[in-house]
Design a protein around this ligand. Sequence first.
Ligand code: HAX
Length: 434
Amino acid sequence: MATLKEKLYEKIEGWRPRTTRLLKEYGDVKVGDVTIKQVIGGMRGVKCLTTDISYLDPYEGIRFRGYTIPEVLEKLPKVPGAEMPYVEGFLYLLLTGDIPTEEDALMVAEEFKKRREVPSYVFDVLKAMPKDSHPMAMFATAIVAMQKESVFAQKYNEGISKMDYWEPMLEDALNLWSRIPEIAAFIYRWKYRDGDIIAPDPDLDMGGNFAHMMGIDKPYDDVARLYFILHSDHESGNVSAHTGHLVASALSDLYYSISAMLDGLAGPLHGLANQEVLRWIQGVMEKMGGKLPSEEEMKKFVWDTLNSGQVIPGFGHAVLRKTDPRYQAQREFCLKHLPDDEIFKYVDMLYKVVPPILQEHGKAKNPWPNVDAQSGVIQWYYGIKEYDFYTVLFGIGRSLGVATNIVWDRALGYPIERPKSITTDMMEEIAGIK
Ligand code: HAX
């Protein structure tokens, strides 16, 4: 059986001529125009990035390598005795574009096993940070602390050819993916469980091992698998993916790139929204003295938030124009495993109440819930009540897609990113008002 690297080599060799041809023969063909609204408005809708790892349709939602979320969950080999697929198999799909066999998934798991040891200084760095540091700051610090391990940086210094950049990038990605769950679990147990650290179990798959290190029983292993898969990638323009790609485009190595990616994810308009949802619900619960509000009462809480100039976390999206299928997948999990949970009932009531209010409010282009509206409730149910940790879980997942993209960025030789800015004077001239 071909190794992961051999398989990827074959895929890359097949892909390179397509990119080269587009660039050489069709480089001047227009993809679209850019308006002043897009220049000022965060480049919304400007088609100026490329990736084949995932594609986000505004109405259908995400496809990973052409497969919808239900297809991914159905087609990928499952961990024995579990409902959810191997994260390792999902990574095989992201990297190669092919649905893995169980053997392929186990080959990736084997790669991880060989690389799992986290350098001890990473834990020293984390222990030296103030305990009340945000877990995302700890996570990003731990990742960048490992920069000296970068095989890419070492090979670059030795003068490796540009055509071969992807190979040490893949080495860095495999090393990072195999270590990242232990670092995240360490942050959790160090910060919130009196430093009572649980050693990894090398015989478990990525999701199973993470649940084990978190100290949470089944089916939390499936929660971890589902969570990492759902959060892995959302094409290239979102803040975390774009940041990772941008930093890597300067040939900064994977540790710098993924650490920066995490910094972008830590914003409340992006990945931090999952903690904000729980914080918002907790606020309502406190005001309600623990009882479930009526729909009318809930509507008032939503309007109060909007009228005080804040956003409703977990709703809206820059690209999606319907309920996020990542939300749906988690909702189905909740309906199966925690239908009577109090917070799930809150979340479900918000699903009913918020969209019509956002429509009436008239600002948000997408009134429907996104991935973050539903994810905290599952974590809370399985005992992770420290909601500022939720974005770390998102970060583990997002590292899968972003690092895969970076490996392919290097394989296809994408250049340093450098869009052009213009001044307000220039825009006024273009608009004909100056
Ligand atoms: N509540 C209140 N107002 C909202 C809103 C919400 N949930 N969503 C959008 N709006 C407002 C925007 O703030 C904006 O107001 P201004 O004109 O005053 O600036 C207006 O509606 C138009 O925004 P938009 O074009 O619909 O949305 P954007 O592309 O600018 O922003 C966001 C997309 C996701 C940032 C936005 O919907 C939002 O802030 N949502 C709440 C936070 C959240 O859930 N973020 C997570 C998104 C998913 C994700 O990336 N996860 O990681």
